[in-house]
Each structure stands twice: as C-alpha cells, then as structure tokens.
Design a binder for this molecule. Sequence first.
Ligand code: ADP
Ligand code: 5GP
Length: 189
Amino acid sequence: MADGKLIIFSAPSGAGKTTIVHHLLRKFPELSFSISATTRQKRGDEVHGQDYYFITKEEFLHKIAQKDFVEFEEVYSGTFYGTLRSEIERIWSQGKHVIFDIDVIGGLHLKKKFGDQALAIFVQPPSLEVLIERLTGRGTDSAEKLAERFKKADKELKYADQFDIILKNYDLSVACAEAEEMIENFVKN
Ligand code: ADP
Ligand code: 5GP
C-alpha cells in the first residue's frame, strides 16, 4: 500500500485516547501506532521505540532543522512532541494504516495536511471535572505537571467542533465499540 490512511485520535490529556487507541490496536491488525518523538522523560513502564522515541532536546532541534517532522509541538513548556515523516512511511510500507495519539493542535495540523486520507477523531470526556479525576487517578504526573495539563485541557476542549467526529468517552466499553465502528467504516471506504 503506497498510500495508507491516517486515523488521528486527539483530546486533552486524561480523556482516554491512549486507552482507546490500545484497544483498537488489539482489535485491528491492519493498524499500526505512530510512535512520536518526544523530549519528555520516560514514565512508568514505557519503552523507547514502542511508546515513544525518547530523545534529547538537541536531537529534537536537529530533526526540526532537517525537516524530519510532519508536525511537531511544544505541547508543554520546554517539552516537545512530534510525528516523524519516516514513521508514517515505515507503517505504510508495511501495508498498514497509521493510528495517532496526538495533541489537539497536532491532530488538526495532520488533518489539514492529509485531507480525506485522514480521519480526525476528538475524544470527549463527560466534563472537565471528570477529566481532572481521570488524570489524577492515573497517578503518572506530579502536582506541577497535573496543573499544567488541566490548564491546557480547558482550552483544548473548545476545539472539538473542528474534528471530523467527536467520540464521547463516558462509558469506556461504549466508546471502544463506537470507535471500532468508525474505523471499520473509514478503512473500508
Ligand atoms: P489520555 O491518553 O487521553 O491522556 P488515558 O487513556 O491515559 O488518557 O486515560 C486517562 C485515565 O482515565 C486512565 O487511568 C484510564 O484508565 C482512565 N479512563 C479512560 N477512559 C475511561 C472511562 N471511560 N471511564 C473511566 N476511566 C477511564
Ligand atoms: P503524554 O506526555 O501524556 O504522553 O502526552 C502529552 C500530549 O502530547 C498528549 O496530548 C499526546 O497526545 C501528545 N502527543 C504525543 N505525541 C505527539 C506528537 O507527535 N505530536 C503532537 N503534536 N502531540 C503529541
């Protein structure tokens, strides 16, 4: 497949996109996860080359200069995340479609770039309060990092209407079933 498709999951941190994307990866062997590059520290049991390519800020800036990124963002102050062009090509060359878990602005950039080849899905939590509960409950971020994420989330929730589809993640099993249907429709057409 020279030209596969792109399935973009975006949402504020804590909305549940990683959980939903992992579910879809187990369900659809024709999908492959776009491993982003980031300058943030590894957390929990994350693996380099599986969850992210964990690189230094110098390496990241070098890749920006070489135009290696399709999109990148300073998602949090001093912390960069980006999608490598080589990553999309790697997945397409395996005959698979690419699935992304990226921030709201990055998701909209990709959609703009790839048009109908991409499906941009916004994962919506029931409320900002529930999002805060989920993010706190995940237990992966310091108080300072949590505060930064909440502040950003409030702004990001306002971008929902610019996506192709809004996927409500209230009950996780309902959200996963709806996501499966969206992927089936998009990949087959
Ligand atoms: P994101 O990737 O958007 O930052 P995660 O997938 O890490 O979000 O989910 C944040 C936390 O919320 C995790 O602890 C996850 O298990 C939990 N979670 C996800 N979806 C739901 C849901 N529908 N109901 C309750 N908790 C959820
Ligand atoms: P986390 O630190 O929780 O893994 O990710 C923080 C945020 O960065 C999330 O919203 C995640 O989706 C986003 N993100 C991950 N990879 C990329 C990427 O390649 N580009 C952009 N723009 N955002 C990303």
